[in-house]
Design a protein around this ligand. Structure first.
Ligand code: ADP
Ligand code: MG
Length: 238
């Protein structure tokens, strides 16, 4: 596991600036939630940590290493997306094994890691199925399984629950938190849902218009919001 240090990060798409001087530390082993309205720059920031977007200014470090110019495969992170991004023509087992196969991991190690992920996520009955034969919650578990088998230093989640119905969303929140308690992997979790942020986070980062408004533990933000935006956002029902 590693700390992620985001220092004075900026991002522009052409002449449009979407992140301005963003600095935040994600401590080793913590579950940190980036929350804010749609379009405020959450996914862009996460994608920069993942190496899927270039960095226009500032630095991002994972552990001891500044990763600004490292490709995603060298960053020791694993990302879980909203749309799951599963391979439709591979089984659950093959989906989980694929990234390790690409990295020429020893087959015995692959088998052991896939088994462990399947045990943790209750996926054993579904290993030979294809994504289209799974429910939304099961697909999301496979997407998490693909991340777990990599044994990454950092998990990145981008609105992983927003395609699920309300009941399943509540259940998956609990599952993701249990997963974190078990593995203690440093996690950055993006959502626009303040309830999700309040219930899941060790630390919440509230963003608006490409800037950080406040960073704090859930109760701190609730009790002492820095401004009306944070008060309104954290205090309103989702
Ligand atoms: P969020 O995830 O908080 O909803 P995003 O990070 O997706 O927000 O987007 C932040 C801003 O950057 C938005 O105004 C969005 O339109 C813009 N943006 C995101 N990706 C691109 C891109 N590839 N090209 C141009 N503008 C983009
Ligand atoms: Mg987004």
């Amino acid at each position: 596991m590693a700390q992620v240090a985001i220092s004075n990060v900026a991002k522009a798409f052409g002449t449009v600036k979407v992140l301005h001087d963003v600095s935040v530390d994600i401590p080793d082993g913590q579950f940190v939630v980036l929350v804010g309205p749609s379009g405020c720059g959450k996914s862009t920031l996460l994608r920069m940590v993942a190496g899927l977007e270039t960095i226009s200014g500032g630095t991002i470090a994972i552990g001891e290493r500044v990763v600004n110019h490292l490709p995603p495969a060298k960053r020791d992170i694993a990302m879980v997306f909203q749309n799951y991004a599963l391979y439709p023509h591979k089984t659950v087992e093959q989906n989980m094994a694929f990234a390790l196969k690409l990295r020429k991991t020893d087959p015995a190690v692959i088998a052991e890691r896939v088994k462990r992920a399947a045990d943790i996520l209750d996926l054993n009955p579904y290993l030979k199925r294809y994504p289209r034969q799974l429910s939304g919650g099961q697909r999301q578990r496979v997407a998490m399984g693909r991340a777990i088998v990599r044994n990454p230093q950092v998990f990145l989640f981008d609105e992983p629950l927003s395609n699920l119905d309300a009941k399943l969303r509540v259940q998956m929140r609990t599952e993701i938190k249990e997963l974190h308690q078990r593995l203690k992997t440093t996690t950055i979790y993006v959502t626009h849902d303040q309830i999700e942020a309040m219930t899941m986070a060790d630390k919440i980062v509230v963003m608006r218009d490409g800037r950080i408004e406040q960073v704090g533990a859930p109760l701190e933000l609730f009790d002492r919001p820095a401004n009306l935006f944070v008060a309104g956002f954290i205090g309103s029902p989702s």
